[in-house]
Design a protein around this ligand. Structure first.
Ligand SMILES: *[C@@H]1O[C@H](CO)[C@@H](O)[C@H](O)[C@H]1NC(C)=O
Ligand SMILES: *[C@@H]1O[C@H](CO)[C@@H](O)[C@H](O)[C@H]1NC(C)=O
Ligand SMILES: *[C@@H]1O[C@H](CO)[C@@H](O)[C@H](O)[C@H]1NC(C)=O
Ligand SMILES: *[C@@H]1O[C@H](CO)[C@@H](O)[C@H](O)[C@H]1NC(C)=O
Ligand SMILES: *[C@@H]1O[C@H](CO)[C@@H](O)[C@H](O)[C@H]1NC(C)=O
Ligand SMILES: *[C@@H]1O[C@H](CO)[C@@H](O)[C@H](O)[C@H]1NC(C)=O
Ligand SMILES: *[C@@H]1O[C@H](CO)[C@@H](O)[C@H](O)[C@H]1NC(C)=O
Length: 843
C-alpha cells in the first residue's frame, strides 16, 4: 500500500511541476481548464490559473484524512478563497473532480463514484441554469481572478456556473457581497467552524437591503455588527474607508438585478496591485488581509468590528456609544433622552437604552412645536424599518419628518454630492446602534420644543458652573490639607496622602457608613468564638456574625499590630465603602474600639471559587458558561478597582480563595479592603513587606516587592488558568512540568491547549472561547509586567472576540523556579501555597 502511495505522490508532484511549468506557456496548455482534452483531476492534481496566482485542488486544513476541494492563493496555501465540499469532506484521497459534458455539471466524486458535491444544485444567479446546456463544448476554467467558471463554448461568454457566486468565508476582488432582488439569490460569507474545520460555522456576513444597503455580520440569529448604511461614498460607520481609497475602490452597486458591495485593488504605478482578501473569521470578525510578497505574510489592513462601540445595539434604543469616554460603559443617550433604568446603567448595563425626557407635541392634522437637534459625526442607526427616498432633498426630508407623528429622526441618504447631502431616510419607532465615528454623518433627532431650549440653557449654565465648581474643589483641597496638618499628622506616607486626595476627589459627601459598637460585634460573633471563625490570615481573623435583625455578616478583625491610627483607618474605610461594584464584596460598616479595628462585610453563603473548581465532587457545578462568566466578572471587578473607581487600588492578594460566589454563582472579589490605594499618578510602588500568596504573586512582586496594577493582572492570569484547568497553581508537579504555568505554556506551544481543559467541562465548552481565554491567561502571566495587558484590555479582549491577540511570551520565571521556591524576604504575612491570608468564606 505504502509504496503505491509514494508512487502516487511522486507522480502528482511531477504532474504539478509539469502543470506549473506549462502554465506560463501558450494557451494550448490546459493546465487551468477541464475540457474534452482532459475531463477530470484527481487528488494530488491541480488546476493553476494562467498567471499562476490561484490553484485549485484537494487539501486538508485540519484532519489529514479529510479532503476538501478548493481554490487557494498559490503563494500562501492556507489562503483558501473558495471551497466546494465544505460540509461533505471526502475521507480519503480517491476523490475526482470531473466535468460531465452531457449535463454540463461539475461533479466531485468519491472513490466509489458517489457525488460528494456538484454544481447542479447551485444555479448561477444570472437566471440561466446549468442543466440546460447542450452536450458539447462545456468546459471548466480557473481564471486568473480566482473564479472557477463553467462555460459553454470556447468563447466563455455563456457562464453556466461560477465559484464567485458561491462564496465561503472569503471575498476577493471581483466577488460580490449582496443580493439579486429579482431572483432573491444572495452572495454572503459564512465562517468556518474552526480554523481547521471549514464546515459551515455560525457567523455570516450579508448585505441587508431593507432601508439603505448595509453590510451586517450575524452570529446565529443575532446581529453582531453593521458597517452602517452606504451613503454614496462609504458605509456610514466606516468613514476611514474613504481614506484608503488610494489602495482600494469600495463600491455598492445598485442595479435591478444586483445590490452588492464590491471592491477592487487599485494598480499602483510601480507593480502589480497587492493581493487582498476579506475573510470572515470563526468568531465573526471580518478582516481585510493584504499579502506582502516580500516577507510572505498577511498583514491585517483593517478589521471589523473595531471596538466595543461596534457591538450591535450596545447602548440600547436611543443610546449613543462613544469609545472616547472615560467610563467603561461607553454609553450615553442622544440629546433629549435619558437612561430608562439608571440603576442598570450604574452597574454598566446599558442595553435597556434611553427614553425621551419630554414627550413630543404632535397632533394629527399638523401643527407642532417640535424641532430637530443634530447629533453630529455618527454612524447612522439601523435603517431596517425606515422609509427611504433617494430623490428628496434634505429640506423635504425635514418637512416630511415633522409632518409625520411617527417620525423620530431623519438624515441625508446620500452625501456623495457634497454639502448637506441629498436623499431622505426617516426613522419611525426606536433608533438603535448609533455611535460616534470620526467624520461621521449628522443625524437629526426630533425633540419637543422645551427640550431644544433646555439644552441651550444647560449649556449656558455649564459655562458658568464649571469654573465655579473647579474653584470650590481647589479650595476644599487646600482646606483639607490644612486640617490634616493642623491635626498634626506627622507621617508623610504616600498612601495617606493618596487617601486624602482621593477622598476629596470623590467629593466626600459624608458617606453614611454605619459605625458598629464593639459590644454589638461581640454579641454577633458570640465573643469571637472559634465556632464562628471563617478564616484566618495575615491581616487578621474573619468571623461569621449574626446581627440583631438576623442579618448575617462577615466580620474581619484586623490584627492589632496593623499600626494604623483611628483617623487613618476611618478614612480608608470611608473610601472602601464607596467602592461599589457587583463584582466586589460590599462593606457594610466598621468599628473602632481602643486598638481594635473591625470591618463588617456582607456575608456570602456560597463558598469561594477554589472550593468548587478544585473539588472533584463539585467541579461539575460550574459549567463552561458559568466559568466564563466568573472570569469576566472577576476581570470587571478588578478593572473597577484599578481604574473605574477613579482611584487606583491594587488588590495584591488576588487568588481563587478570595473570589466568593453569590447564589447565582456570580463572582465577588473579597479582601480588597486592605489593599494598596495609589495616588492618581502613581504607577508603581515598593514594599518591604510582601503580602500575598505564593504562586499568585508576580515575579517582580515576590522578588523585589515591586507592585503595580500589572501584579494583579498576573494573579488574574493564574486564576484564569486555574478556572479553565481545574488545577491548582500550587500543585508541586504536573505531568513532568514544575507547575501549572509551565504546563499551560507547553501545551499551548505544542498546539494542544485543549488538553489542559478541565475534563468536567471539556465536552460542553466552546473551543474557540476556551482557547481565547487560555491565550489571554498566558498574556497575563508573562514575566515582564510591561508585556502584561492592563485589566481594561483584558476585559475588552474577553468581551470582544473581535480583537486580535498578541503572542504571549514564555513565562519562564516561576515555571523554572517554583520547585526550588523558598520563603521570600521577611514576609511575616506571606502565605505559602494553600494557606490563605484572610478568607471570608466558610470552610
Ligand atoms: C478521469 O480521466 C481519466 C482519463 O483522463 C479516465 O480514465 C477516468 O475514468 C476519469 N475518471 C472519472 C471519474 O471520470
Ligand atoms: C468513507 O466514506 C465512505 C462513504 O463516503 C464510507 O462508505 C466509508 O466507510 C468511509 N470510510 C471511513 C474510514 O470512514
Ligand atoms: C442537491 O439536490 C439534491 C436533490 O436534488 C438534494 O438531495 C441535496 O440536498 C441538494 N444539496 C444541496 C447542498 O442543496
Ligand atoms: C443565458 O443564456 C443565454 C443562452 O442560453 C444567453 O444568451 C444569455 O446571455 C445568458 N444570460 C446571461 C445573463 O448570461
Ligand atoms: C432550467 O432548466 C430546466 C430544465 O432544463 C427548465 O425547466 C427551467 O425552466 C430552467 N430554468 C431557467 C431559469 O432557465
Ligand atoms: C423593525 O421592526 C421590527 C418589527 O416591529 C422589529 O422587530 C425590529 O426590531 C425593528 N428593527 C429595528 C432596527 O428597529
Ligand atoms: C408616517 O410614516 C410612516 C412610515 O414611513 C408611514 O407608514 C405612515 O403612513 C406615515 N404617516 C403619515 C400620516 O404620513
Amino acid at each position: 500500500m505504502f509504496p503505491n502511495f509514494a508512487a502516487l505522490l511522486v507522480f502528482s508532484v511531477l504532474c504539478l511541476l509539469s502543470l506549473v511549468t506549462s502554465g506560463s506557456g501558450s494557451s494550448s496548455s490546459s493546465s487551468d481548464t477541464l475540457n474534452d482534452g482532459r475531463r477530470n483531476i484527481t487528488d494530488g492534481q491541480t488546476l493553476v490559473s494562467a498567471g499562476g496566482t490561484f490553484t485549485l485542488g484537494f487539501f486538508s486544513p485540519g484532519t489529514p484524512s479529510l479532503r476538501y476541494l478548493g481554490i487557494w492563493f498559490s503563494a500562501s496555501t492556507d489562503a483558501v478563497v473558495w471551497l466546494a465540499n465544505r460540509d461533505s469532506p471526502l475521507n480519503d484521497t480517491a476523490g475526482v473532480l470531473t466535468v460531465n459534458a452531457a449535463t454540463g455539471i461539475l461533479l466531485l466524486l468519491d472513490g466509489s463514484g458517489r457525488t460528494a458535491w456538484s454544481s447542479s444544485n447551485t444555479t448561477t444567479t444570472n437566471g440561466n441554469n446549468s442543466s440546460s446546456s447542450s452536450a458539447a463544448a462545456v468546459q471548466a476554467q480557473l481564471l486568473e481572478s480566482g473564479n472557477l467558471v463553467l462555460v459553454r463554448g470556447t468563447g466563455g461568454s455563456d457562464v453556466l456556473w461560477q465559484s464567485f457566486d458561491h462564496p465561503s468565508n472569503t471575498l476577493i476582488a471581483g466577488m460580490r457581497l449582496g443580493v439579486n432582488p429579482q431572483t432573491g439569490a444572495e452572495w454572503a460569507l459564512t465562517s468556518w467552524k474552526y480554523p481547521t474545520d471549514p464546515s459551515t460555522g455560525d457567523c455570516r456576513r450579508a448585505m441587508d437591503t431593507r432601508g439603505l444597503p448595509d453590510c451586517v455580520s450575524w452570529r446565529g440569529g443575532a446581529k453582531k455588527y453593521r458597517t452602517g448604511p452606504w451613503n454614496g461614498l462609504y458605509f456610514s460607520g466606516v468613514p476611514e474607508m474613504a481614506s484608503y481609497s488610494d489602495m482600494f475602490t469600495n463600491e455598492v452597486v445598485v442595479r435591478p438585478d444586483e445590490v452588492a458591495y464590491v471592491f477592487d485593488v487599485k494598480p499602483s504605478s510601480a507593480s502589480k496591485p497587492p493581493f487582498s482578501r476579506l475573510v470572515l473569521g470563526e468568531a465573526g470578525v471580518l478582516q481585510r488581509l493584504v499579502w506582502d510578497p516580500a516577507s510572505k505574510v498577511w498583514n491585517v489592513f483593517a478589521q471589523a468590528p473595531r471596538d466595543v462601540c461596534d457591538e450591535y445595539g450596545r447602548c440600547g434604543k436611543f443610546g449613543l456609544c462613544d469609545v472616547n469616554t472615560p467610563s467603561t460603559l461607553f454609553c450615553g443617550c442622544v440629546a433629549g433622552f435619558g437612561p430608562v433604568d439608571a440603576a442598570q446603567w450604574a452597574i454598566r448595563e446599558a442595553s435597556g437604552g434611553c427614553r425621551r425626557n419630554v414627550p413630543l407635541d404632535c397632533r394629527a392634522g399638523g401643527g407642532t412645536t417640535d424641532g430637530f437637534k443634530a447629533v453630529r459625526g455618527v454612524k447612522l442607526p439601523d435603517t431596517d424599518n425606515t422609509t427611504v427616498d433617494m430623490a428628496a432633498t434634505v429640506g423635504d426630508c425635514r418637512a416630511r419628518c415633522l409632518a409625520n407623528c411617527s417620525c423620530v429622526a431623519f438624515a441625508a441618504a446620500d452625501i456623495s454630492g457634497g454639502g448637506e447631502g441629498s436623499g431622505c431616510v426617516m426613522w419611525v419607532g426606536d433608533i438603535v446602534d448609533v455611535r460616534y465615528v470620526d467624520k461621521g454623518q449628522d443625524l437629526y433627532v426630533r425633540l419637543a420644543k422645551s427640550e431644544l431650549a433646555v439644552n441651550e440653557n444647560r449649556r449656558g449654565m455649564l459655562k458658568i458652573l464649571l469654573p465655579v465648581t473647579a474653584c470650590l474643589l481647589v479650595l476644599a483641597c487646600i482646606f483639607l490639607v490644612w486640617i490634616c496638618k493642623f491635626r498634626g499628622m506627622r507621617s508623610r506616607d504616600i498612601q495617606k496622602k493618596a487617601i486624602l486626595s482621593a477622598s476629596t476627589e470623590l467629593g466626600d459627601e459624608n458617606i453614611e457608613l454605619p459605625f458598629f459598637s464593639f459590644r454589638d460585634i461581640v454579641t454577633a460573633t458570640e465573643d469571637f468564638s472559634n465556632d464562628n471563625m471563617l478564616g484566618q490570615g495575615g491581616f487578621g481573623k474573619v468571623y461569621k456574625g449574626m446581627l440583631e435583625d438576623d442579618k448575617e455578616v462577615a466580620i474581619k478583625r484586623l490584627s492589632k499590630n496593623s499600626g494604623q491610627g483611628a483617623e487613618e483607618f476611618r478614612n480608608e474605610v470611608v473610601l472602601i465603602a464607596k467602592l461599589q461594584h457587583r463584582n466586589l464584596v460590599r462593606l457594610l460598616g466598621y468599628c473602632i474600639h481602643g486598638d481594635e479595628r473591625l470591618l463588617i462585610y456582607e456575608y456570602l453563603p456560597n463558598k469561594s471559587l477554589d472550593v468548587f473548581i478544585f473539588d472533584p465532587s463539585s467541579k461539575h457545578v460550574l459549567d463552561w458558561s458559568t466559568r466564563s462568566q466568573i472570569i469576566k466578572g472577576v476581570a470587571r471587578g478588578l478593572l473597577y478597582l484599578h481604574q473605574d473607581s477613579r482611584l487606583t487600588i491594587i488588590h495584591r492578594d488576588l487568588k481563587s480563595s478570595n473570589i466568593l460566589l453569590d447564589v447565582d454563582m456570580s463572582p465577588k472579589i473579597s479582601d480588597f479592603g486592605m489593599a494598596r490605594i495609589f495616588g492618581r499618578d502613581q504607577q508603581e510602588a515598593n514594599t518591604n513587606r510582601v503580602v500575598g500568596t505564593y504562586g499568585y504573586m508576580s515575579p517582580e512582586y515576590a522578588m523585589d516587592g515591586a507592585f503595580s496594577v500589572k501584579s494583579d493582572t498576573y494573579s488574574f492570569g493564574v486564576i484564569l488558568l486555574e478556572i479553565i484547568s481545574g488545577l491548582k497553581i500550587s500543585l508541586p508537579r504536573l505531568s513532568d512540568f514544575p507547575n501549572l504555568l509551565a504546563y499551560a505554556w507547553n501545551l499551548w506551544k505544542d498546539g494542544k491547549p485543549m488538553d489542559m481543559v478541565d475534563s468536567s467541562i471539556v465536552d460542553k465548552c466552546s473551543p474557540t472561547e476556551v482557547l481565547r481565554c487560555i491565550h489571554i491567561g498566558l498574556l497575563c502571566v508573562q514575566d515582564n509586567p510591561n508585556n502584561r495587558p492592563l485589566m481594561s484590555s483584558v476585559v475588552f479582549m474577553l468581551e470582544n472576540e473581535t480583537t486580535t491577540l498578541s503572542t504571549p511570551k514564555q513565562p519562564v520565571y516561576f515555571a523554572q523556579r517554583n520547585s526550588e521556591a523558598k520563603e521570600t524576604e521577611e514576609n511575616t504575612s506571606s502565605s505559602m501555597n494553600n494557606m490563605s491570608l484572610t478568607v471570608l468564606e466558610g470552610r
